[in-house]
Design a protein around this ligand. Sequence first.
Ligand SMILES: Cc1cc2nc3c(=O)[nH]c(=O)nc-3n(C[C@H](O)[C@H](O)[C@H](O)COP(=O)(O)OP(=O)(O)OC[C@H]3O[C@@H](n4cnc5c(N)ncnc54)[C@H](O)[C@@H]3O)c2cc1C
Length: 338
Amino acid sequence: MHERVAIVGAGVNGLSCGIRLLERGIAATIFAERVSPNTTSDRSGAVFTPFRIEGHPQAARWTEVSHRAFRELVEHHGSESGVSLTPFREFFFAPQNARPWWAEFVEGYRRIVDPPAPYAEAVAAIVPKMDITRYMPWLVRRFETLRGQIVRTRVENLADLFDRGYQIVVNCSGLGARALAHDEAVVPMRGQVLHLRNDWSLPECLVEEGRGETTTYVFPFENHVVLGGTYERGEWSDQTDEPSLVAIMERASALLRAAGHADVDLRSGHRLRAVAGLRPARLIGGCEEAVRLEREELAPGRTIIHNYGHGRAGVTLSWGCAEEVSRLVLLAEESFRE
Ligand SMILES: Cc1cc2nc3c(=O)[nH]c(=O)nc-3n(C[C@H](O)[C@H](O)[C@H](O)COP(=O)(O)OP(=O)(O)OC[C@H]3O[C@@H](n4cnc5c(N)ncnc54)[C@H](O)[C@@H]3O)c2cc1C
């Protein structure tokens, strides 16, 4: 069968799309300048965080579809994929009035009565968490096991792939879409995180509501604990800086104390690595995750399906967006047959 589909990008979105397409019998090749462990996705937190995606009309549906997919991964591939379920608490400085839409499908959602100082509100739930050091390699293996091929190359122009005989190009280039799709709404939002060796048996993930350029979270995994983070809008350098890392440690320590884990002394922790990743934000109106997921018809037999701009929530949205991409690919294939 003639292979029609090229995917640009081997981050969490390109790989998830590739896997869904191959599972549906549609051959696809990935073209990517960077592959795991060198993509932004490899630097992700990466906990299921629906609360970061308010303001996008499709986000709720994609998030719910993703949630189902992660639950299935836990059930069928939990140990090898690094995906598991975790208790999770989020703390807010101001009261939250409405019950969030994602409370309908995550397990165990509840508001916490009497949140600890200095917080005005707190919620708890059970959510999927992805040990990204294992999840990204697993996605690559899964894609390749399904006979997907990854070509390491920089794509200068999406149209070049049509000239190579492809008819559908799925654009999962993250921040690269700024140039490839000529989209100035795509901007970097740097996130810095610290990985400490997991010398504590912390039983839950903790998040404090983000404020300005900072956010605070503690995500424990089997061998490491991720401490975050920052939301540095418009920052193009993917290097960490020591003052930010020290501030992250201090905020994370305060969060742990407030949440009842005063016994966890992060200062004694063994630092494994410090990383910074450039989240592919897409700013439209007040929304920083204005994901572009749509079909663009350049000419008969030349279709682009864009899937970029996931900002702080690309892991959370990945499977929901991949489902939508595969639906659009099937529609495009049908239109070629007509
Ligand atoms: C510190 C940090 C913490 C985070 N925590 C979370 C979290 O807890 N939960 C969550 O859901 N999300 C989180 N995120 C966000 C999430 O990591 C991103 O939204 C997601 O990784 C974006 O994935 P992507 O596949 O779209 O892009 P990327 O991972 O950036 O992949 C883009 C791909 O496109 C390729 N590419 C780009 N341009 C070209 C070109 N011209 N030619 C060829 N290839 C090209 C790149 O080489 C790469 O392979 C976090 C991010 C960071 C940095």
